[in-house]
Ligand binder design. Structure first.
Ligand code: ADP
Ligand code: MG
Length: 316
């Protein structure tokens, strides 16, 4: 390892307080970590590539935030408590201002959720960020995709569709006024992982997933794994003012149903737990059915046919 690389890691990625369960963190050949007794380790990894997972003009602070947020969102969907992260960073040049802002975004979010950065790798190359995040669930308590049952209600957190609308605005596919675009960009560039909700859903949700590739595609993973179907009531979808205005003007529900990057949770729960779930601020959008497939019902009872499928890196 060269001196400057060591310097870089020390300067930007080791200046933070470690959790008590970190025996050895950044600085040795590998991290040594204590998994609490009675807990299972939950592990996720995600890679973010410039131009694919974030627009090229995204600020370094937001890139740092988002690269941890997407992994926090995965653990939230499992009902897991986040604990330790590793960070593999490929950067084209040594840029002090960029690294300062990036590490600020990353470590700021890490601190908020008591996550310790315990290791990583730093190389020169086209900008790419890989985060691995580790967390815990009490034994047997992880929320899986395959637990939805006929009659369960379907819920989402937040207001899906905002990130997709922001991207459409940035790419000039949709005309947005500057104030709306600014507000929506916040949702695209700096998503809020639903960590607290995910933890509260342990023992409450029958199945859960985070919406990264679009509501229909991700709910489709729950229905496929659970061997059931779903009815979505379009008018029950919780929309931000900006997205509601766009849908009202265009009739384009696909913006909400198909676009990705929201990092909201979509989950199912028994109707008996309706009050508990609604107390968490989640919105009921439909119901699990015995028939295969997802149907989207409009106010007049007719079906909405989606014109697209969710995001797929390898779709041809
Ligand atoms: P090695 O040559 O053994 O792979 P490195 O030189 O890559 O070690 O890294 C030295 C130490 O710094 C290791 O503990 C590694 O986990 C940590 N590290 C490297 N890059 C990062 C990073 N971007 N964030 C956090 N820790 C890092
Ligand atoms: Mg290394």
């Amino acid at each position: 390892m060269s001196f400057s690389e060591f310097d870089l890691i020390k300067k930007y990625f080791s200046d933070h307080a470690s959790r008590e369960d970190v025996v050895i963190g950044v600085g040795d050949d590998a991290a040594v970590l204590n998994v609490p007794t009675g807990q299972q380790l939950v592990v996720t990894t995600d890679t973010l590539i410039e131009g694919v997972h974030f627009p090229t003009e995204t600020s370094a602070e937001n890139i740092g935030h988002k690269s941890l947020a997407v992994s926090l969102s995965d653990l939230a969907a499992m009902g897991a408590e986040p604990a330790w992260a590793t960070l593999s960073l490929a950067i084209p040049v040594y840029d002090e201002a960029w690294l300062t802002a990036f590490s600020h975004g990353f470590l700021g979010l890490a601190q908020k959720y008591n996550v310790s950065l315990v290791g990583g790798d730093t190389v020169r190359g086209p900008l790419s960020i890989t985060v691995q995040l580790h967390g815990f669930v009490p034994e047997g308590k992880a929320i899986r995709r395959d637990g939805a049952r006929g009659g369960d209600l379907i819920y989402v957190t937040g207001t899906p569709g905002d990130a997709g609308l922001a991207l459409a605005g940035l790419q000039n596919r949709v005309n947005l006024d500057p104030v709306s675009l600014k507000r929506l960009r916040q949702r695209l560039d700096s998503p809020t992982p639903r960590v607290e909700t995910g933890l509260a859903l342990r023992g409450l949700a029958s199945a859960c997933i985070d919406i990264s590739d679009g509501l229909l595609a991700d709910l489709g993973h729950i229905t496929a794994k659970s061997g059931i179907g779903a009815d979505i009531m379009l008018e029950q979808l919780p929309l931000s003012t900006d997205t509601a205005r766009y849908v009202a003007n265009s009739g384009d529900w696909d913006m909400v149903l198909v676009s990705g990057d929201d990092y909201e949770l979509c989950f199912t729960a028994s109707e008996n737990d309706k009050d508990k779930v609604e107390a968490l601020g989640c919105t009921c959008i439909g119901r699990i059915t015995g028939e295969k497939g997802i149907r989207c019902l409009q106010r007049d009872g007719s079906f909405y046919e989606s014109g697209r499928t969710g995001f797929d890196h390898f779709a041809v």
